[in-house]
Design a protein around this ligand. Structure first.
Ligand SMILES: *Cc1c(COP(=O)(O)O)cnc(C)c1O
Length: 406
């Protein structure tokens, strides 16, 4: 059976050129970059070049890049590092209700340790209102952390406006841009973001490697102690093959973003249109316009998301319900709940995330498969039959997308 991968929000397949770029650093150039001999110097050169490439892709300076073990560590380093470094100034942190757990759980731990925490709400489409942020900033605010784009519903935040609001008030702004790299053009020369997290495996690079951009002049404490690597901010022998892979992947991912995004957006919009038109009682979650080019998140009423996932998997289609981390648990997605969705509807949500390898045929096959599955599962639901009777009587269906002022 041919398999269809529609879970690029969870991870992406490493690009062949990325793998190719990494191989010599396993086979031949295995030296430790801290060694003074020629083996070490080869590895050091690869590390330096990778840092330069990564910085270039973001429009920043090489010395502003710290390589980490991934997005989770980058988020932890940013949040814990800034809070610690600015402890004398205050202990108030602001975030949003739709962050990835790597941010949300970290700020909650900081709150347990004595920080004061403001969690900004989002509207029904998942957008943070910059006015809310402006009002929430206090004299003792030391950090604002709001993601660039959401991993579950794909909503893209007005991150420039949020960053500018923080800059105006002199508060460091961190953004988890893990989902945004390669999908949304980000030139950090013009946007006052102070810290930014990224992860290679979300843009066709290897897993277990990421980076934190820290703008020059931003005060940052450290998470770990040991050797002097990464300007002492992230000790431990550098993972050179992975770092080379990240650099190759970000170089490729940030080339012609508008062109590549447009191609995926065509697939996404066809998928959304067909799902909303061909399957009854389905809503699109997340913003209809300000959304990641590859993200589709729908709620299929009167059906359990897990049931749909299983049916899709039996037909070779890989998708996810809510977020990859919460699927398998009975907790409804905190992101959908923050958008004002009830538990029941949140449980019927499905995330389909497209990538460069997907085709129109795959989109059409997926919709047909999903339609069959929904029909079968709803055939067993008396709730659905009641709903149909009501709709047929009133000639009215529900809203198919959220409404927002942005
Ligand atoms: C995947 C993801 C992370 C975690 O990155 P890892 O490299 O897997 O640790 C953090 N934030 C967002 C938005 C993500 O999508």
């Amino acid at each position: 059976m041919k398999r269809i991968y529609l879970d690029h929000g969870a991870t992406t397949p490493p690009h062949a050129d990325v793998i190719e770029a990494m191989l010599p650093y396993f086979r031949q150039y295995f030296g430790n970059p801290s060694s003074v001999h020629s083996f070490g110097r080869e590895a050091r050169r690869a590390l330096d070049e990778s840092r330069e490439k990564t910085a270039l892709a973001l429009g920043v300076k090489p010395e502003e890049i710290i390589f980490t073990s991934g997005g989770t560590e980058a988020n932890n380093l940013a949040i814990q590092g800034v809070v610690e470094a600015l402890a004398a100034r205050g202990r108030h942190v602001i975030t949003s209700a739709v962050e990835h757990h790597a941010v949300l759980d970290t700020v909650k731990i900081m709150a347990d340790k004595g920080c004061s925490l403001t969690v900004l709400p989002v509207d029904r489409c998942g957008i943070v209102d910059p006015d809310d942020l402006r009002k929430a900033i206090r004299d003792d605010t030391v950090l604002v952390t709001i993601m660039t784009a959401n991993n579950e519903i794909g909503t893209v935040q007005p991150v420039e406006e949020l960053a500018r609001t923080c800059r105006d008030k002199g508060v460091p702004f961190h953004t988890d841009a893990v989902q945004a790299i390669g999908s949304i053009p980000l030139d950090l020369r013009g946007v006052p973001i102070d810290l930014l997290s990224l992860s290679a495996h979300k843009f066709y690079g290897p897993k277990g490697i990421g980076a934190l951009f820290v703008r020059k002049g931003t005060k940052l404490g450290k998470l770990m102690f040991g050797g002097g690597q990464e300007r002492k901010m992230r000790p431990g022998t550098e993972n050179i093959p992975a770092i080379v892979g990240l650099a190759k992947a970000i170089e490729m991912a940030t080339k012609d973003i508008p062109g590549k995004s447009a191609a995926i957006t065509v697939l996404r919009d066809r998928l959304i249109e067909k799902l909303l038109n061909e399957i009854d009682a389905v809503q699109l979650n997340g913003h209809p316009v300000h959304r990641l080019p590859g993200n589709v998140n729908i709620s299929v009423n009167f059906v359990e998301g897990e049931g749909l996932l299983l049916d899709l998997d039996l037909n070779g289609i890989a998708a996810s319900s809510g977020s990859a981390c919460t699927s398998g648990s009975l907790e409804a997605s905190h992101v959908l709940m923050a958008c004002g969705m009830d538990h029941q509807t949140a449980h019927g949500s499905l995330r389909l995330t497209l990538g460069h390898g997907n085709t129109l045929e795959e989109v059409d096959y997926t919709v047909a498969t999903l339609k069959n599955s929904v029909d079968r599962l709803r055939g067993m639901s008396s709730l659905y039959k009641n709903y149909r009777r009501q709709v047929d009587k009133n000639h009215a269906g529900g809203e198919k997308t959220c409404t927002t002022k942005r």
